[in-house]
Design a protein around this ligand. Structure first.
Ligand SMILES: NC(=O)c1ccc[n+]([C@@H]2O[C@H](COP(=O)([O-])OP(=O)(O)OC[C@H]3O[C@@H](n4cnc5c(N)ncnc54)[C@H](O)[C@@H]3O)[C@@H](O)[C@H]2O)c1
Ligand SMILES: [Zn+2]
Length: 510
């Protein structure tokens, strides 16, 4: 298993300490309860720290202890109940660790607290009300952790087992002739990258390519090439600079390029690897949600031209994709939300269960959600590696979304534009009699629930329509749409009457 800390969090009575001890025993690791450590540090009990130094004094000690524990490795940690309310403590612990939020029904929590006895929370005449007030005030925090385990009615060993299962890496693959690549997905795998490479016999000269936003998070073991961040740098000039850097670092035909970053870095490093010395091997380490579930899969690489996006490129699959969900912890909120558009898209294309978890409001970026979203794309690419047919279903939301993206002057993020495109294309599907109204409603609600826009008031419908024309994916001069029939099934190659299209464009821009 990869090396990292595992942090157990959740409301009082959820089992952080008992599960933590059981998990530590199961994995042969050390368990650390933060509160006793704080008491030992201060030399007296927590109530006394509060009375002598005030809450601020306690919180200071708590932050010190969190930072110390975060700097160590392979621990099972139970931080205090309020420790992660401080975003700095959370960020420190998430930097090299997985936070698992243990939950239970209020009644189960109360019963456990009563069985333990003697908790300050139970003092007073209405403990249930006190507990509910605490749960309400922290619900948003608890909900924000991607990994959630409901411990209601489960034994301590069962919960420990479930956490251990979360830690096991998942092996996936795109099995298509000419596009074959394997995908290793799992918490902490970034730390294991040297082992993963050695296991596969990658021993030649190696360079790592990243961008300026991701570079600070990389522990680099090979020469690091840092590109400027942003789509405006996804150009042939940057590729030229990459060739220079490859030569400077002695990369040869037996060498390896490692890309660590979002889809931009992957597309550029992959294209440089495809063309440098007629092709060298590369490994893709996606660090955005969009790149993990979409851009890193399927072997497409390339750059933009002033005339349009992705106009130059090559199919050159990476030898390996390594996706570590912990990399998503530093991703800005807007980028995460944007990536959810592609997760939802993959649910609509081919995984009803995945769609339902998003519909139910599950936090994004947990390992099972990623596995399912990756599996949908892998299956579609396997069925149609070189986009002769079914691979076009991956364009769901994109035909219209690209128009919206361009008409907004690229002020909308890709995922936001795709979300608007998906909602609008669902309307097209309903108007064409392909899908029922309820399907469109569910998709639109799931997108909104994930924090994505589904309309673009103020954009000019004519500009959107005009921008859709420059989409290189239009076949034979005609616009073709991928449209949903129901959740889990999408059809492609659909032509849409102009009057209907302009109706729907007017409706979303109203
Ligand atoms: N090859 C394909 O099949 C394919 C498919 C879809 C999209 N794409 C391409 O992918 C690109 C979009 O991908 P993207 O959304 O990942 O864009 P991106 O690479 O531009 O990353 C988005 C932003 O997040 C930053 N970032 C990345 N990882 C981070 C992390 N872990 N912590 C903090 N910041 C981080 C980046 O520096 C950047 O500012 C586009 O160029 C698109 O054309 C390619
Ligand atoms: Zn997309």
């Amino acid at each position: 298993m990869a090396s990292m800390n595992i942090i157990l969090f959740g409301p009082p009575g959820a089992g952080k300490t008992s599960v933590g001890k059981a998990l530590a025993a199961r994995l042969g690791r050390e368990f650390v309860d933060a509160d006793p450590l704080i008491e030992a540090r201060a030399g007296f009990s927590i109530p006394k720290i509060f009375s002598q130094r005030g809450e601020a004094g306690f919180r200071r000690l708590e932050s010190e202890v969190c930072a110390e524990l975060a700097a160590r490795d392979n621990l099972i940690i139970a931080p205090g109940g309020g420790a992660l309310l401080n975003p700095a403590n959370r960020a420190a612990l998430e930097r090299g660790g997985l936070i698992v939020c243990l939950r239970a029904d209020p009644a189960a929590l109360l019963a456990r607290l009563q069985a333990e006895g003697n908790r300050p929370l139970l003092a007073g005449d209405d403990p249930a009300q006190k507990l509910n007030a605490l749960l309400d005030s922290r619900r948003a925090l608890y909900d924000s952790f991607p990994e959630q385990i409901d411990t209601t009615g489960r034994s301590v060993p069962q919960v420990a087992e479930e956490i251990a299962a979360l830690l096991a890496p998942r092996a996936l693959a795109v099995n298509a002739p000419g596009l074959q690549h394997e995908i290793a997905l799992g918490y902490g795998l970034l730390n294991s990258l040297p082992v993963l490479l050695a296991e596969r016999g990658f021993t030649g000269p190696t360079v790592t390519v990243t961008d300026e936003n991701v570079a600070p998070f990389i522990v680099h073991r090979s020469p690091l090439i840092v590109l400027p961040a942003g789509e405006q740098h996804k150009t042939l000039d940057t590729i030229r600079a990459l060739y220079d850097a490859f030569l400077k670092h002695g990369l040869d035909r037996g060498g390896l390029v490692i890309a660590v970053g979002g889809g931009g870095v992957g597309d550029m490093a992959g294209f440089a690897a495809a063309t440098f010395m007629r092709g060298v091997r590369w490994v893709n380490v996606p660090t955005t949600l969009l790149a993990m579930v979409d851009a890193s899969l399927g072997g497409k690489t390339g750059v933009d031209l002033p005339q349009g996006k992705n106009l130059v490129g090559a199919f050159h699959p990476p030898s390996l994709v390594v996706s570590d969900p912990l990399a998503l912890n530093t991703l800005p909120h807007g980028e995460r939300v944007s990536g959810m558009a592609e997760v939802i898209k993959h649910g609509v294309i081919g995984d009803t269960g995945l769609f339902e978890t998003v519909e139910a409001g599950e936090a994004f970026g947990n390992v099972e959600q990623l596995r399912r979203a990756i599996a949908v794309k892998a299956r579609v690419v396997e069925a149609d590696p070189f986009e002769k047919g079914e691979r076009a279903t991956l364009n769901l939301g994109h035909t219209l979304g690209h128009g919206v993206e361009a008409a907004s002057g690229y002020t909308l993020r890709h995922g936001e534009a795709v979300s608007i495109g998906m909602a609008a294309e669902c309307q097209l599907a309903v108007r064409l009699g392909l899908a029922e109204g309820v399907t469109a409603d569910r998709v639109t609600q799931a997108l909104a629930r994930a924090g994505l826009p589904t309309t673009c008031p103020g954009l000019d419908p004519a500009r959107i329509r005009e921008a859709m024309n420059s989409d290189k994916k239009k076949a034979g001069g005609r616009l073709k749409f991928a449209l949903p029939k129901r959740i889990g099934e999408v059809t492609w190659g659909v032509e849409v009457d102009e009057a209907l299209l302009s109706d729907v464009l007017r409706a979303i821009a109203d």
